[in-house]
Design a protein around this ligand. Structure first.
Ligand code: ARG
Length: 407
């Protein structure tokens, strides 16, 4: 147990380089009399992490560790969610939500390695991320203490926090005209606060960084072809690519064509509705393509059950239950469905839309002879007549009884 004011302890902090976590380094030192080890995860946020590491040390961290987690993030967090088809409230592709358990796992590992007494993070008391961090850390090591300074400190407003930062010579990056909270990684960008807090206000053009506004995107459509092997996207336009490179390439191409902007009023786990803007070009393309592949190779009932279960999958990711037996069980189901999800999907990107235009697979269940309305039709029409008779029998019976009563 770590107590304020006792002998020097060690805390591993999930550090982003932003104002909150910078203030936290100082605040932890002051209030918990502890050494702070800053942990900086590279999830493909595209920032200068060397500079962020420097900033952590300059702000008072005794050690700052940068870890390139992009491959791990793509293969062990993004990929299972993609294969599952996990989308929260029909729109959110879960970029931020998927990053949290990974960061939590590394906080725990770093804490063990450094012999730390606690971990800390910079989430607020009313968001989803605090829950995701807390729950993930507890699921991995229930004995580890978790400190969440923003939930307990005396800094009551943004202005007080800025004053504290200035007093301790911490650079203050946010200005009044761009007061957004932005979380970015390989899988997407989440943007909230400022004028976006009014759900009726249109998002200002200048908040977008990854996606060109659709009306400004090229007037010429672009076709791309994505290859899948057992539900894993493995190639782009015939060229094999590792997952990180593939996502990055699709972020660029999709972004250029205005693909992947979402505006969502969502239900947070803590009961609040909030409005968030998402930019996720690569994720949008991959989800569209993967879904298209499945439509060709999965039988109807498996596809339909997967659609039901996937709501649960998205919820558990959103709710911070990544390290749960339920996710393992759902992953086992998803794995089994993905055995035949192999083939190619062609899509057309044009001014914000991402439209599948073709799909093929060695495991395709599409049988033209059954589907066709041409002469070589192989479907047994008499079976069709018998089938619809049996299928409608309960309704026919119901109607007969109802009509008898009416007479
Ligand atoms: N609403 C998203 C989620 O709960 C993103 C949260 C972080 N958003 C942000 N702009 N910092 O996963």
């Amino acid at each position: 147990m770590i107590r304020k004011g006792t002998r020097k302890k060690k805390v591993v902090l999930a550090y982003s380089g932003g104002l909150d976590t910078s203030v936290i380094i100082k605040w932890l030192g002051e209030h918990y009399n502890c050494d702070v080890v800053a942990f900086i995860a590279d999830l493909g946020q595209g920032e200068d992490l060397k500079a962020i590491r420097r900033k952590a040390l300059d702000t008072g961290a005794v050690k700052a560790v940068v870890k390139d987690c992009r491959k791990e993030f793509a293969e062990h967090y993004v990929l299972p969610a993609l294969r599952a088809g996990a989308v929260y409230e029909r729109k959110y592709l879960l970029a931020t939500a998927l990053g949290r358990p990974l960061i939590a796992e590394h906080l725990v590992r770093t804490a063990h390695k450094e012999g730390a007494d606690a971990v800390a993070h910079g989430s607020t008391g009313k968001g989803n991320d605090q829950v995701r961090f807390d729950v993930s850390v507890r699921a991995l090591d229930p004995a580890l203490k978790i400190i969440v300074p923003i939930r307990e400190w005396e800094l009551k407003s943004r202005d007080e926090e800025i004053a504290y930062a200035r007093k301790h010579r911490i650079p203050v990056p946010v200005t009044k005209d761009k007061p957004y909270s932005i979380d970015r990684n390989l899988w997407g960008t989440s943007i909230e606060c400022g004028i976006l807090e009014d759900p009726w206000e249109s998002p200002p053009d200048d908040i977008f960084s990854a996606v060109t506004l659709p009306h400004l995107a090229p007037a010429k459509a672009q076709e791309i072809e994505i290859g899948f092997s057992k539900g894993v996207p493995v190639s782009l336009n015939g060229r094999r690519l590792d997952l990180v490179s593939l996502i990055r390439q699709l972020n660029r191409t999709g972004g250029k064509h205005g693909v992947g902007i979402t505006d969502l009023v969502e239900n947070r786990l803590v009961g609040i509705k909030s409005r968030e803007i998402y930019e996720a070009p690569g994720a949008t393309i991959l989800h569209t393509a993967h879904r298209e592949m499945e439509s060709l190779v999965l039988d109807r009932e498996t596809l339909h059950l997967k659609e039901i279960l996937v709501t649960k999958y998205a919820e558990l990711v959103y709710y911070g239950w990544w390290f749960s037996p339920l996710r393992e069980a759902l992953d086992a189901f998803v794995n089994s469905t993905q055995r035949t999800v192999t083939g190619q999907v062609r899509l057309q990107l044009f001014k914000g839309s991402c439209r599948p235009t073709g799909r093929k697979s060695p495991h395709s269940l599409y049988d033209r002879k059954l589907a066709t309305y041409e002469e070589d039709d192989a479907f047994d029409h008499s079976a069709g007549e018998a089938f619809s008779k049996i299928w409608g029998l309960p309704l026919e019976t119901h109607a007969r009884v109802r009509n008898r009563r009416r007479r």
